[in-house]
Ligand binder design. Structure first.
Ligand SMILES: *Cc1c(COP(=O)(O)O)cnc(C)c1O
Length: 229
């Protein structure tokens, strides 16, 4: 557990260094600690070391941990594939969903988001390198999807998310350019709100930051290797 705090500091230093090399202020990249398969105690250790944003992949697993840590004021992000029958729970317990890839999911999240909470922050997951096995919408689907989502009252469209194939660092630059293109071609899209590029993991966060990532999702480098589910 001691290690978690040390690893967290190492990751933050690595991020600061990558920002420095890219000529970016350190505060422009946020660290999302990916705590899938990790215990409540492990999350607590990272929290006590100062970490506030945590990412979970599996709704069912997250729902066993989120209530146990409710007193802490953690910002929870869903980064894994979301089935529409889980949308009501996700809309209540999470502040962010990075993995929205179709309109039906966004509509349900908006419909179920409680009025007592601010709009749910969502990112569109894009299948940037056209992998058959991965979820995410296609680039061609984006404009229509964005138009429809901007009309939903209880979600806030914050940006784009990718999980590229290992080693495909070009994907990071492609996503930066894609965001710029969308901002230019969709006038109702606001650059100050549509400000998030969720990209980079333990192995490739440095390259992602160099390209322009605003949120890196890091699991292994903080918590160590995951036990299998
Ligand atoms: C597990 C996971 C991560 C973190 O991966 P690490 O290699 O452990 O840093 C990031 N994003 C998503 C979508 C994941 O599922």
């Amino acid at each position: 557990m001691q290690d978690i705090s040390q690893h967290l500091q190492q990751v933050l230093r690595r991020m600061a260094l990558a920002c420095d090399r890219a000529g970016r202020p350190a505060h422009t990249v946020k660290l999302l600690a990916v705590s899938k398969t990790q215990s409540v105690d492990a999350i607590m250790t990272a929290y006590q070391a100062g970490q506030r944003d945590f990412g979970e992949n599996y709704v069912q697993e997250a729902l066993t941990k989120i209530p146990a840590l409710a007193h802490l004021g953690i910002t929870w992000h869903l980064i894994g594939h979301l089935q529409s029958n889980k949308a009501s729970e996700v809309a209540r317990y999470f502040a962010w969903v990075h993995s929205v890839d179709r309109l039906k999911i966004a509509q349900r999240l908006s419909a179920y988001r409680p009025d007592t909470l601010p709009p749910l922050n969502i990112c569109l997951q894009v299948n940037i390198d056209a992998q058959e096995s991965k979820s995410g919408c296609t680039i061609a689907e984006l404009p229509a999807l964005i138009h429809a989502i901007l009309a939903l009252p209880r979600v806030s469209l914050r940006g784009l998310m990718i999980i590229p194939q290992a080693g495909n660092e070009q994907a990071f630059t492609d996503l930066v350019n894609l965001r710029q293109h969308l901002l230019m071609t969709i006038p109702t899209l606001d650059a100050d709100t549509f400000d998030t590029l969720s990209m980079g993991m333990s192995a490739d966060m440095d390259a992602a930051i160099a390209a322009g990532s605003t949120m890196v999702r890091v699991g292994t480098a903080i918590f160590g290797h995951r036990l299998t589910r």
